[in-house]
Ligand binder design. Structure first.
Ligand code: R5P
Length: 294
């Protein structure tokens, strides 16, 4: 429709201002499509370039894990402090209020329990359900060196293909078997294989020696899992070192929800990840918040 004659405001074309074209803030992600970038930008904070993912998906293979017995009671109060919730569709639908403004990383592999061989996973969620649930990414366990290595890699590549069709990124979760060595050499191998085969970002474990070689040789962002519960200061040191050595954040579970004050711990982890707070100061913050609450 033509402009109405006599409109008061003159058009502004800013002919002397070139349109800018910024590169995307996440490592290795600039060539992705808009939907992928938008979803990743809901997981990673574009200001810090990092994320605090709250991992609460443990029940998918080990049932009601300590601290996760009642997600409605124990975990919902932590939701405001997480950037992303990493969980199963069962918990998402049954417990998480759909009004949440937090992004969701949906666990999509499964099919085994702690009673059997864990690497024997399959894809346990259809891509259509991930779309329906508005997932910002889909998480697939990859067992490099495990008994079912090939099947787990194939699970991941299938999800990468399907996710690419719909603009949903895939998070490859590098799982370590009981008898496998957790060192930088192993994680360089595992993370690089996942990235080469299309994972958009990768979860791995922190190792005290040469972790920076793991992040350097992986062309997409890495987040670290927390692992078994350790003393709070040690967990904060691990988070600090991992981000200082190139990780783009944490996907932490037990070292948050198994502490004496999960709500204090997640805020201390945030300070380390998003504000580069040193572990000792973050630990002070943890104690202050913990005591305030009690
Ligand atoms: C384990 O398989 C789950 O995927 C967890 O999300 C992952 O291990 C991170 O949780 P945590 O920090 O407790 O190790």
């Amino acid at each position: 429709m033509p402009d109405i004659e006599g409109i008061n405001k003159a058009k502004q074309f800013f002919t002397d201002v070139p349109q800018t074209s910024k590169s995307y803030f996440l490592k290795g992600s600039n060539a992705l499509d808009w939907g992928m970038k938008n979803r990743l930008g809901r997981i990673f904070n574009p200001v810090s370039g990092r994320t605090v993912m709250l991992a609460i998906d443990h029940g998918y293979f080990q049932g009601p894990t300590t601290g996760l017995e009642r997600i409605d009671v124990n975990i919902l109060p932590l939701e405001p402090y997480a950037d992303t919730l990493m969980l199963t569709r069962g918990i998402l639908r049954s417990i998480i209020p759909p009004e949440t403004q937090k992004s969701v990383v949906l666990r999509v592999s499964g099919g085994t329990s702690i009673l059997k061989e864990l690497s024997n996973e399959t894809l346990a969620v259809d891509i259509e359900d991930a779309v329906r649930l508005n997932a910002s990414a889909m998480a697939v366990q990859v067992f490099i060196g495990g008994e079912h290595e090939k099947e787990s890699i194939t699970n991941m590549t299938k999800m990468v293909d399907m996710g690419t069709r719909y603009g949903i990124p895939t998070l490859a979760v590098t799982a370590v078997g009981k008898d496998m060595v957790r060192d930088a050499k192993y994680f360089r191998l595992a993370t690089r294989i996942c990235a080469e085969l299309g994972a958009h970002y990768i979860k791995t474990y922190y190792v005290p020696e040469d972790f920076e070689t793991v992040t350097a040789s992986c062309p997409v962002p890495i987040v670290i899992a927390g692992g078994k519960k350790i003393p709070e200061l040690d967990a904060l040191k691990m988070a600090y070192r991992s981000v200082q050595e190139g990780a783009a954040g944490v996907d932490m579970g037990r070292n948050i929800f198994q502490t004496a004050s999960p709500i204090a711990m997640i805020q201390a982890v945030r300070a380390v990840v998003h504000e580069n707070e040193i572990p000792e100061k973050a630990f002070d913050l943890y104690n202050t918040l913990k005591n305030k609450k009690s």
